[in-house]
Design a binder for this molecule. Structure first.
Ligand SMILES: NC(=O)c1ccc[n+]([C@@H]2O[C@H](COP(=O)([O-])OP(=O)(O)OC[C@H]3O[C@@H](n4cnc5c(N)ncnc54)[C@H](O)[C@@H]3O)[C@@H](O)[C@H]2O)c1
Length: 465
Protein backbone atom coordinates (compact mmCIF):
# COMPACT_ATOMS: atom_id res chain seq x y z
CA UNK A 1 0.00 0.00 0.00
CA UNK A 2 1.30 3.45 -0.80
CA UNK A 3 1.77 6.05 1.87
CA UNK A 4 2.08 9.73 1.09
CA UNK A 5 5.47 11.07 2.02
CA UNK A 6 4.98 14.07 4.24
CA UNK A 7 7.57 16.31 5.77
CA UNK A 8 8.60 14.97 9.10
CA UNK A 9 7.85 18.24 10.82
CA UNK A 10 4.29 18.06 9.66
CA UNK A 11 3.64 14.55 10.92
CA UNK A 12 1.06 14.47 13.64
CA UNK A 13 2.02 11.96 16.24
CA UNK A 14 0.08 9.98 18.75
CA UNK A 15 1.42 7.26 20.93
CA UNK A 16 1.22 4.50 23.47
CA UNK A 17 2.39 4.37 27.02
CA UNK A 18 4.33 1.34 28.18
CA UNK A 19 5.44 1.24 31.77
CA UNK A 20 5.90 4.98 31.85
CA UNK A 21 7.64 5.46 28.48
CA UNK A 22 5.79 7.17 25.65
CA UNK A 23 6.17 5.75 22.15
CA UNK A 24 4.77 7.92 19.38
CA UNK A 25 3.79 6.63 15.97
CA UNK A 26 3.32 8.72 12.92
CA UNK A 27 0.01 9.37 11.31
CA UNK A 28 0.93 7.81 7.98
CA UNK A 29 3.43 5.12 8.91
CA UNK A 30 1.68 1.77 8.75
CA UNK A 31 2.71 -1.84 8.59
CA UNK A 32 1.61 -4.25 5.84
CA UNK A 33 -1.81 -4.71 7.41
CA UNK A 34 -2.33 -0.97 7.68
CA UNK A 35 -1.64 -0.83 11.40
CA UNK A 36 0.24 2.13 12.86
CA UNK A 37 3.93 1.86 13.60
CA UNK A 38 5.44 3.07 16.81
CA UNK A 39 8.39 5.36 16.21
CA UNK A 40 11.68 4.48 17.85
CA UNK A 41 12.95 6.44 20.83
CA UNK A 42 15.40 9.26 20.13
CA UNK A 43 18.33 7.50 21.82
CA UNK A 44 17.70 4.33 19.82
CA UNK A 45 18.07 6.19 16.58
CA UNK A 46 21.45 7.68 17.46
CA UNK A 47 22.91 10.53 15.44
CA UNK A 48 25.17 9.18 12.68
CA UNK A 49 27.60 11.54 11.01
CA UNK A 50 26.09 10.60 7.67
CA UNK A 51 23.11 8.48 6.71
CA UNK A 52 23.93 4.88 5.91
CA UNK A 53 22.95 3.75 2.43
CA UNK A 54 21.06 0.56 1.61
CA UNK A 55 19.68 -1.41 -1.33
CA UNK A 56 16.32 -3.15 -0.90
CA UNK A 57 15.80 -6.60 -2.39
CA UNK A 58 12.05 -7.21 -2.68
CA UNK A 59 9.83 -4.12 -2.68
CA UNK A 60 6.81 -5.95 -1.26
CA UNK A 61 5.13 -5.49 2.10
CA UNK A 62 8.23 -5.77 4.28
CA UNK A 63 10.50 -3.94 1.85
CA UNK A 64 8.13 -1.00 2.09
CA UNK A 65 7.94 -1.03 5.88
CA UNK A 66 11.71 -0.75 6.09
CA UNK A 67 11.80 1.65 3.14
CA UNK A 68 9.32 3.91 4.89
CA UNK A 69 11.66 4.17 7.85
CA UNK A 70 14.20 5.70 5.47
CA UNK A 71 11.59 8.18 4.24
CA UNK A 72 10.82 9.18 7.81
CA UNK A 73 14.47 9.41 8.87
CA UNK A 74 16.50 10.51 5.84
CA UNK A 75 19.29 11.63 8.14
CA UNK A 76 19.63 8.00 9.29
CA UNK A 77 19.34 5.92 6.15
CA UNK A 78 18.88 6.42 2.41
CA UNK A 79 17.70 3.72 0.03
CA UNK A 80 19.88 3.98 -3.07
CA UNK A 81 18.88 0.86 -5.00
CA UNK A 82 16.14 -1.71 -5.41
CA UNK A 83 15.62 -5.14 -6.98
CA UNK A 84 12.01 -6.12 -7.62
CA UNK A 85 10.55 -8.14 -10.51
CA UNK A 86 7.01 -6.69 -10.31
CA UNK A 87 7.21 -3.50 -12.42
CA UNK A 88 4.60 -1.47 -10.51
CA UNK A 89 6.29 -2.21 -7.17
CA UNK A 90 9.73 -1.41 -8.54
CA UNK A 91 8.56 1.84 -10.12
CA UNK A 92 6.73 2.98 -7.00
CA UNK A 93 9.77 2.23 -4.87
CA UNK A 94 12.03 4.12 -7.29
CA UNK A 95 9.65 7.07 -7.21
CA UNK A 96 9.37 7.11 -3.40
CA UNK A 97 13.12 6.91 -2.84
CA UNK A 98 14.36 8.81 -5.89
CA UNK A 99 16.27 5.76 -7.15
CA UNK A 100 17.78 6.25 -10.64
CA UNK A 101 17.29 3.71 -13.46
CA UNK A 102 20.84 2.41 -13.17
CA UNK A 103 20.26 1.37 -9.54
CA UNK A 104 16.93 -0.40 -10.13
CA UNK A 105 17.03 -4.10 -10.98
CA UNK A 106 14.57 -6.81 -11.88
CA UNK A 107 16.07 -9.47 -9.65
CA UNK A 108 18.47 -9.63 -6.72
CA UNK A 109 21.23 -11.35 -8.74
CA UNK A 110 21.66 -8.19 -10.83
CA UNK A 111 22.60 -6.13 -7.78
CA UNK A 112 25.61 -8.29 -7.09
CA UNK A 113 26.87 -8.12 -10.65
CA UNK A 114 27.88 -4.56 -9.84
CA UNK A 115 30.66 -3.56 -7.47
CA UNK A 116 29.44 -2.71 -3.98
CA UNK A 117 27.54 0.58 -4.11
CA UNK A 118 25.96 0.94 -0.66
CA UNK A 119 26.71 0.17 2.96
CA UNK A 120 23.99 -2.42 3.40
CA UNK A 121 21.43 -4.72 1.84
CA UNK A 122 17.86 -5.18 3.04
CA UNK A 123 16.71 -8.71 2.17
CA UNK A 124 12.90 -8.71 1.99
CA UNK A 125 12.48 -11.30 -0.76
CA UNK A 126 10.37 -14.47 -0.37
CA UNK A 127 11.61 -17.09 2.11
CA UNK A 128 13.40 -19.26 -0.44
CA UNK A 129 15.28 -16.22 -1.78
CA UNK A 130 17.16 -15.27 1.38
CA UNK A 131 20.17 -17.57 1.25
CA UNK A 132 21.41 -16.60 -2.24
CA UNK A 133 21.38 -12.82 -1.74
CA UNK A 134 22.68 -13.13 1.81
CA UNK A 135 25.74 -15.12 0.77
CA UNK A 136 26.41 -12.76 -2.14
CA UNK A 137 26.03 -9.70 0.06
CA UNK A 138 28.49 -11.17 2.56
CA UNK A 139 30.93 -11.95 -0.26
CA UNK A 140 30.88 -8.32 -1.38
CA UNK A 141 31.17 -6.92 2.17
CA UNK A 142 27.68 -5.51 2.69
CA UNK A 143 26.02 -5.35 6.10
CA UNK A 144 22.58 -6.94 6.05
CA UNK A 145 19.05 -6.67 7.36
CA UNK A 146 17.67 -10.16 6.80
CA UNK A 147 13.99 -10.97 6.94
CA UNK A 148 13.07 -14.07 8.82
CA UNK A 149 13.23 -16.96 8.23
CA UNK A 150 17.00 -16.83 7.74
CA UNK A 151 16.42 -19.69 5.28
CA UNK A 152 13.90 -22.55 5.02
CA UNK A 153 16.85 -24.96 5.13
CA UNK A 154 18.65 -25.68 8.39
CA UNK A 155 21.94 -26.32 6.61
CA UNK A 156 21.67 -22.94 4.85
CA UNK A 157 20.91 -21.15 8.14
CA UNK A 158 24.04 -22.59 9.67
CA UNK A 159 26.08 -21.79 6.56
CA UNK A 160 24.95 -18.17 6.70
CA UNK A 161 25.86 -18.06 10.39
CA UNK A 162 29.33 -19.45 9.70
CA UNK A 163 29.97 -17.05 6.81
CA UNK A 164 28.75 -14.09 8.88
CA UNK A 165 31.14 -14.99 11.69
CA UNK A 166 34.00 -15.31 9.20
CA UNK A 167 33.33 -11.98 7.56
CA UNK A 168 32.43 -10.10 10.75
CA UNK A 169 29.62 -8.30 8.90
CA UNK A 170 26.63 -6.88 10.74
CA UNK A 171 23.60 -9.07 10.09
CA UNK A 172 20.30 -8.48 11.88
CA UNK A 173 17.38 -10.89 11.60
CA UNK A 174 13.92 -9.30 11.61
CA UNK A 175 12.63 -10.82 14.82
CA UNK A 176 10.64 -7.70 15.37
CA UNK A 177 8.87 -8.81 18.56
CA UNK A 178 12.11 -8.36 20.48
CA UNK A 179 11.68 -4.66 19.85
CA UNK A 180 8.06 -4.39 20.93
CA UNK A 181 7.97 -2.38 24.17
CA UNK A 182 5.57 -4.95 25.62
CA UNK A 183 7.98 -7.87 25.18
CA UNK A 184 10.93 -5.79 26.34
CA UNK A 185 9.10 -5.14 29.58
CA UNK A 186 8.06 -8.79 29.96
CA UNK A 187 11.66 -9.94 29.62
CA UNK A 188 12.94 -7.24 31.94
CA UNK A 189 10.48 -8.37 34.64
CA UNK A 190 11.46 -12.03 34.33
CA UNK A 191 15.18 -11.40 34.21
CA UNK A 192 15.12 -8.93 37.12
CA UNK A 193 13.61 -11.63 39.35
CA UNK A 194 10.24 -9.89 39.73
CA UNK A 195 8.56 -13.31 39.92
CA UNK A 196 11.41 -15.16 41.62
CA UNK A 197 13.00 -18.04 39.76
CA UNK A 198 11.52 -18.67 36.34
CA UNK A 199 9.85 -22.09 36.27
CA UNK A 200 7.66 -22.33 33.18
CA UNK A 201 5.85 -20.44 30.41
CA UNK A 202 2.65 -20.97 28.44
CA UNK A 203 2.71 -19.03 25.19
CA UNK A 204 -0.22 -18.79 22.81
CA UNK A 205 -0.02 -17.48 19.25
CA UNK A 206 -3.52 -16.89 17.92
CA UNK A 207 -3.19 -16.39 14.18
CA UNK A 208 -6.77 -15.19 13.55
CA UNK A 209 -8.87 -17.17 11.10
CA UNK A 210 -8.87 -14.61 8.24
CA UNK A 211 -5.10 -14.10 8.49
CA UNK A 212 -4.68 -17.88 8.34
CA UNK A 213 -6.84 -18.16 5.22
CA UNK A 214 -5.08 -15.20 3.59
CA UNK A 215 -1.44 -16.13 4.20
CA UNK A 216 -1.31 -19.87 4.84
CA UNK A 217 -4.21 -21.27 2.80
CA UNK A 218 -4.50 -18.99 -0.24
CA UNK A 219 -1.41 -16.85 0.01
CA UNK A 220 2.37 -16.87 -0.24
CA UNK A 221 2.95 -19.39 2.53
CA UNK A 222 0.31 -22.01 1.62
CA UNK A 223 2.94 -24.57 0.61
CA UNK A 224 5.27 -25.57 3.44
CA UNK A 225 7.72 -27.26 1.09
CA UNK A 226 8.05 -24.40 -1.38
CA UNK A 227 8.33 -21.82 1.42
CA UNK A 228 8.75 -22.92 5.04
CA UNK A 229 6.68 -24.90 7.55
CA UNK A 230 4.43 -22.64 9.58
CA UNK A 231 6.43 -23.20 12.78
CA UNK A 232 9.31 -21.45 11.02
CA UNK A 233 7.43 -19.10 8.68
CA UNK A 234 5.11 -17.74 11.36
CA UNK A 235 6.21 -18.94 14.77
CA UNK A 236 9.98 -18.42 14.63
CA UNK A 237 9.08 -15.07 16.26
CA UNK A 238 7.53 -16.93 19.17
CA UNK A 239 10.32 -19.46 19.57
CA UNK A 240 12.74 -16.54 19.47
CA UNK A 241 10.83 -14.52 22.04
CA UNK A 242 10.57 -17.53 24.37
CA UNK A 243 14.31 -18.16 24.11
CA UNK A 244 14.96 -14.44 24.70
CA UNK A 245 12.72 -14.21 27.76
CA UNK A 246 14.03 -17.45 29.28
CA UNK A 247 17.64 -16.38 28.68
CA UNK A 248 18.96 -19.94 28.64
CA UNK A 249 19.65 -22.40 25.84
CA UNK A 250 16.89 -24.69 24.67
CA UNK A 251 17.67 -28.40 25.01
CA UNK A 252 14.78 -30.43 23.56
CA UNK A 253 11.46 -30.02 21.77
CA UNK A 254 8.42 -32.18 21.07
CA UNK A 255 5.65 -31.13 18.70
CA UNK A 256 2.25 -32.15 17.35
CA UNK A 257 0.13 -30.46 14.75
CA UNK A 258 -2.05 -30.97 11.73
CA UNK A 259 -4.02 -29.39 8.94
CA UNK A 260 -7.53 -30.18 10.14
CA UNK A 261 -9.95 -27.86 8.44
CA UNK A 262 -8.82 -26.32 5.14
CA UNK A 263 -9.13 -29.55 3.17
CA UNK A 264 -11.19 -30.70 0.21
CA UNK A 265 -13.33 -33.09 2.27
CA UNK A 266 -14.55 -30.13 4.33
CA UNK A 267 -15.80 -28.11 1.34
CA UNK A 268 -19.48 -27.33 1.98
CA UNK A 269 -22.07 -28.64 -0.44
CA UNK A 270 -22.74 -26.10 -3.16
CA UNK A 271 -19.33 -24.43 -2.81
CA UNK A 272 -17.42 -23.67 -6.00
CA UNK A 273 -13.80 -23.43 -7.11
CA UNK A 274 -13.91 -19.64 -6.80
CA UNK A 275 -16.04 -17.63 -4.40
CA UNK A 276 -17.37 -15.60 -7.35
CA UNK A 277 -18.50 -18.69 -9.29
CA UNK A 278 -21.97 -18.69 -7.67
CA UNK A 279 -20.99 -20.48 -4.46
CA UNK A 280 -24.17 -21.44 -2.59
CA UNK A 281 -22.65 -20.73 0.85
CA UNK A 282 -20.66 -17.60 0.02
CA UNK A 283 -22.82 -15.28 2.10
CA UNK A 284 -22.32 -17.33 5.28
CA UNK A 285 -18.70 -18.36 4.73
CA UNK A 286 -16.26 -16.56 7.06
CA UNK A 287 -13.49 -17.31 4.56
CA UNK A 288 -15.30 -15.96 1.50
CA UNK A 289 -12.88 -13.99 -0.68
CA UNK A 290 -15.68 -11.58 -1.60
CA UNK A 291 -16.38 -10.92 2.03
CA UNK A 292 -12.71 -10.47 3.02
CA UNK A 293 -11.32 -8.52 0.08
CA UNK A 294 -14.32 -6.95 -1.60
CA UNK A 295 -16.88 -6.21 1.10
CA UNK A 296 -14.50 -5.78 4.07
CA UNK A 297 -11.54 -4.45 2.06
CA UNK A 298 -9.07 -6.39 4.21
CA UNK A 299 -5.46 -7.27 3.37
CA UNK A 300 -5.51 -5.54 0.00
CA UNK A 301 -1.78 -4.79 -0.07
CA UNK A 302 -1.17 -7.99 -2.04
CA UNK A 303 -3.15 -6.68 -5.04
CA UNK A 304 -1.00 -3.66 -5.99
CA UNK A 305 -4.16 -1.64 -6.52
CA UNK A 306 -4.06 1.39 -8.81
CA UNK A 307 -3.65 4.77 -7.10
CA UNK A 308 -6.96 6.01 -8.56
CA UNK A 309 -9.79 5.14 -6.10
CA UNK A 310 -12.33 4.74 -8.93
CA UNK A 311 -10.27 1.93 -10.49
CA UNK A 312 -9.76 -0.03 -7.29
CA UNK A 313 -13.02 -1.95 -7.08
CA UNK A 314 -12.59 -3.32 -10.61
CA UNK A 315 -9.01 -4.30 -9.80
CA UNK A 316 -10.08 -6.19 -6.66
CA UNK A 317 -12.77 -8.11 -8.56
CA UNK A 318 -10.33 -8.92 -11.34
CA UNK A 319 -7.83 -10.23 -8.76
CA UNK A 320 -10.55 -12.41 -7.24
CA UNK A 321 -11.33 -13.80 -10.69
CA UNK A 322 -7.72 -14.54 -11.59
CA UNK A 323 -5.49 -15.05 -8.53
CA UNK A 324 -5.37 -17.59 -5.71
CA UNK A 325 -6.92 -15.00 -3.40
CA UNK A 326 -10.29 -15.59 -5.11
CA UNK A 327 -10.23 -19.37 -4.73
CA UNK A 328 -12.20 -21.52 -2.30
CA UNK A 329 -10.19 -22.17 0.87
CA UNK A 330 -11.21 -25.83 0.78
CA UNK A 331 -9.80 -26.40 -2.69
CA UNK A 332 -6.28 -25.02 -2.46
CA UNK A 333 -2.97 -26.85 -2.67
CA UNK A 334 -2.21 -25.88 0.93
CA UNK A 335 -0.50 -28.09 3.48
CA UNK A 336 0.31 -25.80 6.45
CA UNK A 337 -0.87 -26.93 9.87
CA UNK A 338 -3.79 -24.97 11.26
CA UNK A 339 -2.94 -25.94 14.82
CA UNK A 340 0.47 -26.70 16.21
CA UNK A 341 1.66 -27.36 19.75
CA UNK A 342 5.22 -27.70 20.99
CA UNK A 343 6.77 -28.37 24.38
CA UNK A 344 10.26 -27.06 24.94
CA UNK A 345 12.75 -27.81 27.69
CA UNK A 346 15.36 -25.16 28.42
CA UNK A 347 18.45 -25.39 30.60
CA UNK A 348 17.79 -25.54 34.36
CA UNK A 349 14.59 -27.51 33.78
CA UNK A 350 12.57 -24.51 32.61
CA UNK A 351 9.72 -25.57 30.34
CA UNK A 352 7.56 -23.78 27.79
CA UNK A 353 4.30 -24.94 26.24
CA UNK A 354 3.68 -23.24 22.92
CA UNK A 355 0.44 -23.31 20.97
CA UNK A 356 -0.26 -21.79 17.56
CA UNK A 357 -3.94 -21.70 16.57
CA UNK A 358 -5.61 -20.59 13.36
CA UNK A 359 -9.17 -20.53 14.65
CA UNK A 360 -9.32 -17.44 16.79
CA UNK A 361 -11.22 -14.14 16.37
CA UNK A 362 -8.05 -12.10 17.00
CA UNK A 363 -4.31 -12.23 16.44
CA UNK A 364 -1.46 -11.13 18.69
CA UNK A 365 0.10 -13.14 21.49
CA UNK A 366 -0.91 -14.24 24.99
CA UNK A 367 1.58 -15.39 27.57
CA UNK A 368 1.54 -16.73 31.13
CA UNK A 369 4.80 -16.86 33.04
CA UNK A 370 5.16 -18.83 36.24
CA UNK A 371 7.93 -18.06 38.74
CA UNK A 372 8.67 -19.30 42.25
CA UNK A 373 7.56 -15.96 43.74
CA UNK A 374 5.05 -14.66 41.24
CA UNK A 375 3.07 -14.88 38.04
CA UNK A 376 2.67 -12.71 34.93
CA UNK A 377 -0.14 -12.88 32.42
CA UNK A 378 -0.17 -10.67 29.36
CA UNK A 379 -1.95 -10.27 26.02
CA UNK A 380 0.12 -7.48 24.41
CA UNK A 381 -2.43 -4.92 25.56
CA UNK A 382 -1.74 -5.28 29.23
CA UNK A 383 0.13 -7.46 31.66
CA UNK A 384 -0.81 -8.43 35.18
CA UNK A 385 1.96 -9.11 37.63
CA UNK A 386 1.25 -11.01 40.84
CA UNK A 387 3.89 -10.97 43.56
CA UNK A 388 3.32 -13.89 45.96
CA UNK A 389 5.61 -12.29 48.58
CA UNK A 390 3.78 -9.00 48.91
CA UNK A 391 0.44 -10.23 47.58
CA UNK A 392 0.56 -7.20 45.32
CA UNK A 393 -1.16 -7.26 41.97
CA UNK A 394 -0.01 -4.74 39.37
CA UNK A 395 -1.51 -4.08 35.96
CA UNK A 396 0.62 -2.45 33.25
CA UNK A 397 -1.25 -1.05 30.28
CA UNK A 398 0.59 -1.36 26.99
CA UNK A 399 -1.87 0.88 25.27
CA UNK A 400 -3.50 3.63 27.18
CA UNK A 401 -5.25 5.24 24.23
CA UNK A 402 -8.58 3.64 23.51
CA UNK A 403 -8.18 3.66 19.74
CA UNK A 404 -9.13 0.62 17.74
CA UNK A 405 -6.21 0.91 15.33
CA UNK A 406 -3.77 0.97 18.21
CA UNK A 407 -5.05 -2.32 19.49
CA UNK A 408 -4.44 -3.79 16.04
CA UNK A 409 -0.69 -3.13 15.96
CA UNK A 410 0.38 -6.74 15.52
CA UNK A 411 4.09 -6.42 16.06
CA UNK A 412 3.58 -4.25 19.10
CA UNK A 413 5.68 -1.46 17.63
CA UNK A 414 8.65 -3.66 16.83
CA UNK A 415 9.14 -3.04 13.10
CA UNK A 416 10.65 0.43 13.11
CA UNK A 417 12.42 0.02 16.41
CA UNK A 418 14.23 -2.95 14.89
CA UNK A 419 15.25 -0.71 11.98
CA UNK A 420 16.56 1.93 14.37
CA UNK A 421 18.66 -0.67 16.16
CA UNK A 422 20.12 -2.09 12.95
CA UNK A 423 20.81 1.32 11.39
CA UNK A 424 22.71 2.41 14.48
CA UNK A 425 24.75 -0.82 14.50
CA UNK A 426 25.67 -0.29 10.84
CA UNK A 427 26.42 3.41 11.29
CA UNK A 428 28.68 2.72 14.25
CA UNK A 429 30.01 -0.55 12.78
CA UNK A 430 29.30 -2.22 16.11
CA UNK A 431 27.60 -5.61 16.05
CA UNK A 432 27.19 -5.55 19.85
CA UNK A 433 24.43 -2.93 19.40
CA UNK A 434 22.21 -5.49 17.65
CA UNK A 435 19.42 -7.01 19.73
CA UNK A 436 18.52 -9.47 17.01
CA UNK A 437 21.90 -10.51 15.62
CA UNK A 438 22.25 -13.64 13.54
CA UNK A 439 24.00 -15.38 16.43
CA UNK A 440 21.13 -14.58 18.77
CA UNK A 441 18.47 -15.53 16.22
CA UNK A 442 19.63 -18.78 14.79
CA UNK A 443 18.58 -20.89 17.78
CA UNK A 444 14.89 -20.19 17.17
CA UNK A 445 15.31 -21.58 13.67
CA UNK A 446 17.08 -24.70 14.89
CA UNK A 447 14.21 -25.14 17.37
CA UNK A 448 11.68 -24.87 14.53
CA UNK A 449 13.45 -27.45 12.37
CA UNK A 450 13.65 -29.80 15.36
CA UNK A 451 9.92 -29.25 16.05
CA UNK A 452 9.08 -30.22 12.47
CA UNK A 453 11.15 -33.40 12.75
CA UNK A 454 9.38 -34.20 16.01
CA UNK A 455 5.94 -33.55 14.53
CA UNK A 456 6.58 -35.66 11.46
CA UNK A 457 8.44 -38.52 13.15
CA UNK A 458 6.78 -38.62 16.56
CA UNK A 459 10.08 -38.08 18.39
CA UNK A 460 11.44 -35.83 21.10
CA UNK A 461 14.22 -33.92 19.37
CA UNK A 462 17.38 -32.55 20.94
CA UNK A 463 18.22 -28.96 19.99
CA UNK A 464 21.81 -28.46 18.92
CA UNK A 465 23.03 -25.16 17.52
N1 LIG B 1 9.45 -10.03 10.32
C1 LIG B 1 8.17 -10.22 10.14
O1 LIG B 1 7.38 -10.05 11.03
C2 LIG B 1 7.66 -10.66 8.79
C3 LIG B 1 6.29 -10.48 8.46
C4 LIG B 1 5.86 -10.87 7.20
C5 LIG B 1 6.77 -11.42 6.31
N2 LIG B 1 8.07 -11.62 6.68
C6 LIG B 1 9.06 -12.19 5.75
O2 LIG B 1 9.51 -11.15 4.90
C7 LIG B 1 9.78 -11.66 3.58
C8 LIG B 1 8.96 -10.85 2.56
O3 LIG B 1 7.60 -11.01 2.88
P1 LIG B 1 6.50 -9.99 2.36
O4 LIG B 1 5.31 -10.19 3.18
O5 LIG B 1 7.08 -8.65 2.20
O6 LIG B 1 6.22 -10.63 0.92
P2 LIG B 1 5.88 -9.85 -0.42
O7 LIG B 1 5.47 -10.90 -1.39
O8 LIG B 1 4.96 -8.73 -0.14
O9 LIG B 1 7.29 -9.23 -0.84
C9 LIG B 1 8.34 -9.98 -1.40
C10 LIG B 1 8.80 -9.25 -2.65
O10 LIG B 1 9.95 -9.89 -3.19
C11 LIG B 1 9.85 -9.79 -4.59
N3 LIG B 1 10.72 -10.76 -5.28
C12 LIG B 1 10.39 -12.02 -5.73
N4 LIG B 1 11.46 -12.55 -6.37
C13 LIG B 1 12.46 -11.62 -6.32
C14 LIG B 1 13.78 -11.58 -6.85
N5 LIG B 1 14.28 -12.61 -7.54
N6 LIG B 1 14.53 -10.47 -6.63
C15 LIG B 1 14.03 -9.42 -5.94
N7 LIG B 1 12.76 -9.41 -5.44
C16 LIG B 1 11.99 -10.49 -5.63
C17 LIG B 1 8.37 -10.06 -4.86
O11 LIG B 1 7.97 -9.65 -6.14
C18 LIG B 1 7.73 -9.25 -3.74
O12 LIG B 1 7.43 -7.94 -4.13
C19 LIG B 1 9.42 -13.13 3.63
O13 LIG B 1 10.57 -13.88 3.83
C20 LIG B 1 8.51 -13.23 4.82
O14 LIG B 1 8.49 -14.50 5.44
C21 LIG B 1 8.52 -11.23 7.88
Amino acid sequence: MRRPVTRRESIRTMGVLVGGAFFPWSEWARDEAGRPLILPREEERGQPERPITAITLGAGARGNIYGNYALEYPEQIRIVGVAEPVPIRRERYMRDHGIPEEAAFVTWEHVFQRPKFADAIIIATPDDLHYGPCMEALRLGYDILLEKPISPSEAECLEILERTRETGRIVAVCHVLRFAPYFERLRELVQSGAIGRLVSIQHFEPIEHVHMAHSFVRGNWHDSVATAPIILAKSSHDLDILRWIVGRESEAIQAFGDLSWFRRENAPEGSTARCMDGCAVEAQCPYSALRIYHRNRQRLHVFDLPDEPELQEGAILEALRTTDYGRCVYRMENDQCDHYVANIRFRDGITAAFSMEAFTPWGGRRTRIMGSMGYIEGDMRQMEIHDFRTREHTVLETRTLELEQVRGDGHGGGDWRLMANWVRAVAEQDVSILTSSLDASVESHVMAFAAERSRLQGTVEPIRV
